[in-house]
Design a protein around this ligand. Structure first.
Ligand code: XLS
Ligand code: NI
Ligand code: NI
Length: 481
């Protein structure tokens, strides 16, 4: 294989987590502000604010030209009988916001936040946690999401890793105060080389056990922090080649793993929802939770639909060849819509680029599903989005989140308009009205056998077929944007 081809494949598999890999195994990266000095013994001695130039972000309305203000998101304003903040339940993804360095397989980190010393020390983890909560407070959201290994350094042993986690989590609990808590927590089961064959689907029983122990702990700390949900993302639960894979056995193992998580959840009294986040590929060639329909049938087969819901990520939706709206509606009609990773991909790039959503039309469709679902609580929105490699100012962290928040808020306003106009609902209702007839009702009730239908078909003759009115539907939709 030519080096170019190799490099592209490498980029494909590593894109999402490259930044963490650099921090975990690469050479130390030193903050420019510290003159290139790196230390493993960073102290948690940060004085004053992390974002001194940024005040609390306020709603200023659509005519405001201030980039550090909300134009559409007015937290306490009521839309369709609920406060915007209760429809939207935003959360900040710790990994992208505080562990993203801008590194990619072709280039070194580009972001040198003033508070970073480039190490993965415990002291640095604590300092970063302080920055996280100042950020969340200034943004005015009430939730955050994390992986265990993003927030605290791994250890030489599991016991050491757990102790590190406990120390950082104790600080997080203190910094959260009474208003802030995790929308969800999760265990990072894909970075460490031990997980190269997967975690719950690994061919090694030792890895399965290690993953179980890691999830057990991550569930405990999520519960301790008052987390509302717990997420499983496939990570490496999939295969690279079917020739050396026992797919049936791996799926059975995965189901046993999930059942054990349910049992543990009950044992510790954690009431949060368990969520699976479908993704078709990346980092494996094929992930077992390909899309919402695949994840739904998996849950149904193994009798897990009472215990699990789906966390739909918009960028994963497009990777699987669906729109985000399709994935949300598939989850919703199966009673499984639990949470949304509200990011977006690039229309020209076939990777999980994890960008903040800026497309108003897409956001409107997303919010239409959410409203039809009656909201997402106890789920909500995790951005799961990162700054582009070339965005390197501290204020870009705020601007990107404000833009993502305003896009979803605008989507909600538009969805409300569509529902209030009612003409789209009416168009859809009319399209199926032939099923409101006597026979139609029998069909829907499962009481029309083929003989009855044949009799009707004979009587009726050639059926009348009305226009689908797609362009009218599109016109109505556009009128709400
Ligand atoms: C990766 C996933 C990940 C999950 C949490 O593609 O989106 O970020 O949301 O592990
Ligand atoms: Ni993703
Ligand atoms: Ni995600």
């Amino acid at each position: 294989m030519k080096w170019k081809m190799k490099a592209i494949l490498f980029l494909f598999f590593c894109l999402n987590w490259a930044f963490l890999a650099v921090v975990a195994v690469g050479p130390p990266i030193c903050s420019a502000d510290l003159g290139g000095e790196c230390s493993d013994a960073a102290s948690d001695d940060w004085k004053g604010e992390f974002f001194p130039d940024i005040k609390k972000i306020k709603y200023e309305g659509p005519s405001s030209k201030n980039p550090l203000s909300y134009k559409w998101y007015n937290a306490n304003e009521e839309i369709l009988g609920k406060k915007m903040k209760d429809w939207l339940r935003f959360s900040v993804a710790f990994w992208h916001t505080f562990r993203g360095t801008g590194a990619d397989p072709f280039g070194a980190p580009t972001k040198y936040w003033p508070w970073e010393d480039g190490t993965n020390s415990l002291a640095m983890a604590k300092r970063r946690m302080r920055a996280n909560f100042e950020f969340i407070n200034k943004l005015g959201v009430e939730r955050w999401c994390f992986h265990d290994r993003d927030i605290a350094p791994d250890g030489k042993t599991l016991a050491e890793a757990n102790a590190n986690l406990d120390e950082v989590v104790a600080l997080a609990k203190e910094l959260q105060g009474t208003k802030i808590h995790p929308l969800w927590g999760t265990a990072q089961l894909f970075m460490h080389p031990r997980y190269m064959h997967g975690a719950a689907t690994s061919s090694e029983v030792g890895v399965y056990a290690y993953a179980a122990a890691q999830v057990k702990k991550a569930m405990e700390v999520t519960h301790y922090l008052g987390g509302e949900n717990y997420v499983f993302w496939g990570g490496r639960e999939g295969y690279q080649s079917l020739l050396n894979t026992d797919m049936k056995r791996e799926l059975d193992h995965l189901a046993r793993f999930f059942q054990a998580a349910v049992d543990w959840k009950k044992k510790i009294g954690f009431n949060g929802t368990l969520l699976i986040e479908p993704k078709p590929q990346e980092p494996t060639k094929h992930q077992y939770d390909w899309d919402a329909a695949t994840a739904t049938s998996f849950l149904q087969k193994y009798g897990l639909t009472e215990e699990f819901k789906l966390n739909i990520e918009c960028n994963h939706a497009t990777l699987s060849g669906h729109s985000c709206f399709h994935e949300l509606e598939t989850a919703r009609i199966n009673g499984l819509l639990g949470n949304i990773d509200a990011n977006t991909g690039d229309p020209q790039v076939g990777w999980d680029t994890d960008q903040f959503m800026t497309d108003i039309g897409e956001a409107t469709l997303v919010m239409l599903s959410v409203v039809r679902n009656g909201g997402l609580a106890p789920g909500g929105f995790n951005f799961d989005a990162k700054l582009r490699r070339e965005s390197t100012d501290v204020e870009d962290l705020f601007i990107s989140h404000i833009s993502g928040i305003d896009t979803m808020a605008r989507g909600l306003r538009n969805a409300a308009k569509l529902i209030e106009y009612g003409s789209l609902d009416e168009l859809v209702r009319k399209r199926y009205q032939s099923f409101d007839s006597e026979i139609g009702a029998l069909i829907e009730a499962g009481k029309a056998d083929f003989e009855t239908l044949e009799k009707n078909a004979m009587e009726w003759g050639e059926p009348a077929v009305a226009s689908g009115k797609q362009e009218l539907a599109e016109m109505i939709f556009q009128s709400a944007l």
